[in-house]
Design a protein around this ligand. Structure first.
Ligand SMILES: [Zn+2]
Length: 400
């Protein structure tokens, strides 16, 4: 089916079944008759991630967006925001199979899936795609590098799925345990949720002979783009329409200019239409040597506005502000993200209104971890003057 036809069908069915989508259309005076194809989607304003958070808060669990009965869902996840994410059916619901296949994962591969299976959808996203591909999944989840190495060794695992920094941690541990490239059977890795520096890819590909490709997606929409063998940007996945818009004017941008990645999920049961991911990227010029027609975006170049990604998890400004409201003795706070080796480090610089016992700060750190799902590596006490006029997030990572 032509993309224009798919859009017409998406809008028609979403308007019929999804209360929030209908209200969004009505709010700007549109009916399904006004949307005749991809171009007409631009008549609808972008759905911001924060708007989705608000919608779900006011009208739980899915903000009136879901166009099917909640009882028909396979799973429900909770990703940071907080946002509830529905999984409509088992199998390759988030369409990662295409990305994995192009990345070199094949039927019969035994793959460590190191994404979390807990609350956030990443673990199940790749589990379903790997199974659809005919790969054998070892759902190791996050953490415990020594056990990951043992499992990889004894099972003769051939594939890895997870963040690049976690693959690095596992290989480093393998080295400490006396294993070299010839001792493990790993031959292919698909990484996501974090930036993949070329130096790190080289460590995997040259140092450990693990072919490494990356993909980009979100907890809300699943697969958005993936690398081919040319490793020059990422092709847009099937099942989504991608736009890159000027964050200030909302106008589409030409190749080479940085703007917000806005995604339309071609799934009428959960119509995320023109969903603003908050991620920044660019269109790449011209066709790819590989011959695929799907256009390419460059890697993710940052975040629009008030959020930062640490070790694969988004940390939002409003989460930090809500936490500091609970602790009145914290007068000002700044989150600094650095990179040591191949691991993100999160430092909180805190200015106190009055001295407090170390236990209070420890409790605060634990509350933060519970809330944002990322551990604060360092807590630094500073004078208020040092941070009061500084941005909430300071990203000092270098990627070369
Ligand atoms: Zn290509």
């Amino acid at each position: 089916m032509e993309l224009d036809q798919k859009v017409v069908q998406l809008v028609g069915r979403a308007y019929e079944g999804s209360r929030a989508f209908r209200e969004r259309m009505d709010g700007v005076g549109l009916t399904p008759d006004d949307i005749g194809g991809v171009e007409d989607l631009r008549k609808l304003p972008v759905l911001k991630k924060d708007t989705l958070i608000d919608l779900q808060k006011k009208d739980p669990p899915f903000g009136g967006l879901l166009a099917v009965e909640p009882q028909s869902l396979a799973r429900i996840f909770l990703s940071p925001g907080p946002i509830f994410d529905p999984q409509g059916c088992d199998g390759d619901y988030w369409r990662w199979k295409e990305a994995l296949e192009v990345g070199g994962v094949a039927k019969g591969d035994v793959v460590l899936n190191t994404f979390s299976y807990h609350l956030t959808p990443a673990g199940f996203m790749f589990d379903g795609a790997l199974r659809a591909l005919g790969a054998v999944v070892v759902p190791t989840g996050t953490g415990n590098t020594e056990q990951q190495v043992m499992v990889a060794k004894r099972l003769g695992a051939t594939g890895f799925v997870g963040t690049p920094s976690f693959l690095y941690a596992i290989l480093k541990k393998a080295g400490e345990m006396g294993y070299g490239p010839g001792d493990l059977s790993l031959r292919v890795a698909f990484v996501s949720a974090e930036k993949l520096p070329e130096s790190l890819r080289d460590t995997f590909e040259t140092g450990w002979e693990i072919k490494t490709r990356q993909g980009y997606g979100t907890a809300d929409v699943g697969a958005v783009a993936f690398e081919c063998d040319e490793k020059e940007g990422m092709h847009v996945s099937q099942g989504v329409i991608v736009e890159i818009l000027d964050p200030n004017t909302g106008e589409p941008l030409p190749a080479g200019e940085t703007g917000e990645v806005v995604v339309t999920l071609l799934d009428p049961s959960y119509p995320l239409v023109r969903f603003g991911t908050g991620d920044l990227s660019q269109w790449m010029e011209g066709p790819c040597i590989c011959g695929r027609e799907a256009p390419r975006i460059s890697g993710i170049l940052g975040r629009v506005g008030d959020a930062v990604k640490v070790r694969g998890m988004f940390v939002h400004g409003h989460q930090i502000r809500e936490l500091t409201n609970i602790y009145p003795h914290i007068k000002a706070l700044q989150c600094v993200v650095t990179r040591v080796g191949h691991r993100d480090q999160l430092t909180f610089r805190v200015a106190l209104a009055r001295p407090v016992a170390p236990e209070v700060l420890q409790e605060f750190r634990e509350r933060v971890r519970e809330r944002i799902k990322v551990k604060v590596d360092h807590l630094e006490l500073v004078d208020e003057g040092e941070i009061e006029n500084e941005p909430l997030f300071l990203d000092l990572r270098k990627w070369e």
